[in-house]
Design a protein around this ligand. Structure first.
Ligand code: GLN
Length: 195
């Protein structure tokens, strides 16, 4: 079994747990404390409000423990607010949160008119069928360093990136029935331990 945690401080937690639970050989575990990180092989940072989640990560003293684990190779996937938490730079803001991924993200990048929308992409490394994408006040990646792999772009904006043990997506696979991104992350977690 692979144990995958979902940070359960705020945001779309249950939806990620449900998507993970639909995969064979996966134990999905809500994570609220730093000590619980020791029980899991990888972690999902869900969508929600990055400022709120960032404050709670600090309040519960999870931030330094998680940063250290990430530097040691612990696999983490951030969706939407989770992508913002991972970024080293947030456009127009002074401070980052975890600051572990070499990307600059822009929050609420699609503005008020496109506040929330759905789209579809072909991404053969993740799924042989088109993947539905749900965006909710989503960020996109404005700049990615050379050591970051761009997995997907939509209308000229980067919406999915990977850097070693880290994965980040602007959109919310957990709000669709498609579990291919969750399968992709589980594969990445397995590779981190058995490659
Ligand atoms: N706009 C939110 C933020 O900046 C992210 C939205 C989401 O996670 N759906 O944190």
């Amino acid at each position: 079994m692979v144990n995958i945690g979902v940070l359960a401080l705020q945001g779309a937690v249950q939806e990620h747990l449900d998507s993970l639970q639909a995969l064979p050989e996966v134990n999905a575990i809500p994570i609220k404390k730093a000590a619980e990180l020791e029980n899991i092989d990888g972690l999902i940072l869900p969508g929600g409000e990055s400022t709120t989640i960032g404050k709670l990560l600090n309040k519960y003293e999870i931030t330094p423990v998680l940063i250290e684990k990430i530097h040691a190779g612990f696999p983490v996937w951030g969706t939407c607010a989770g992508m913002i938490l991972l970024a080293k730079h947030i456009a127009g803001e002074e401070d980052a949160h975890l600051g572990v991924m070499d990307i600059t993200v822009r929050r609420n990048a699609y503005g008020s008119q496109l506040d929330s929308f759905v789209a579809e992409i072909m991404l053969p490394v993740v799924n042989s069928a088109p993947i539905p994408l749900v965006f909710i006040r989503a960020p996109y990646v404005e700049q990615a360093a050379n050591n970051v792999t761009v997995l997907a772009e939509l209308s000229g904006h980067i919406i999915a990136v990977e850097q070693n043990n880290l994965l980040a997506t602007s959109f919310h696979p957990e709000l669709t029935k498609d579990i291919s991104f969750h399968r992709y992350f589980v594969k990445k977690v397995k590779q981190a331990y058995y490659a």
